[in-house]
Design a protein around this ligand. Structure first.
Ligand SMILES: [Mg+2]
Length: 173
């Protein structure tokens, strides 16, 4: 995004349980299952002029289930898959910290970890995005709490078809 671009509203999306199925710390590309309607939903958000930014807790890193390189590989693959489907994911933010992490470097109560609003606030502070008109889609109460803490609407995705869910949000947006 260019520095002098007008500020855009953003759809902040949780990852596991919204874009891909939450199979319990998903991290292997070959085991990823996209949620039904996901690419159509992303194209719909793109067409509406919204930026699309991922905000995902990845305590699996803190717990030692996988490393940050694995998170990066998965996100790179997700962005490429979206691009191949004509959809744009503008960016990925993740929080690898947990206050009970095995490894000391990840043992921290991070304001970026949802229900904290840190990841959302960082996107808003460092990219040409505006809070007004932005919203979050998540599948857990902690996602809704993060949205509320950032002062944006939170929409709880029940896990059916993401495109139908996004269409309904945009209709009343
Ligand atoms: Mg989730």
């Amino acid at each position: 995004m260019e520095m002098d671009a007008p500020r855009r509203a953003c759809a902040f999306l949780d990852r596991d349980g919204v874009l891909i199925e939450d199979t319990g710390y998903p991290h292997r590309i070959e085991e990823v299952r996209w949620v039904p309607g996901v690419m159509a939903a992303l194209r719909r958000l793109n067409a509406a002029g919204l930026a699309v930014c991922i905000v995902t807790n990845q305590a699996g890193v803190a717990r030692g289930y996988y490393d940050e390189a694995a998170v990066g590989r998965l996100h790179h693959w997700m962005a490429a898959e979206a691009k191949a489907a004509g959809a744009l994911l503008n960016g990925f933010a993740y929080c690898p910290f947990h206050e009970k992490a095995e490894a000391e470097r990840y043992r921290r109560a991070s304001p970026r970890r949802k229900p904290g609003a840190g990841m959302i606030e960082d996107w808003l502070a460092h990219f040409p995005l505006r809070r007004e008109g932005s919203f979050l889609i998540g599948d857990r109460e902690t996602d809704m709490q993060a949205a509320a803490a950032a002062g944006i609407p939170g929409h709880l995705f029940p896990g059916d078809n993401l495109d139908a869910f996004v269409a309904a949000i945009l209709k009343e947006h």
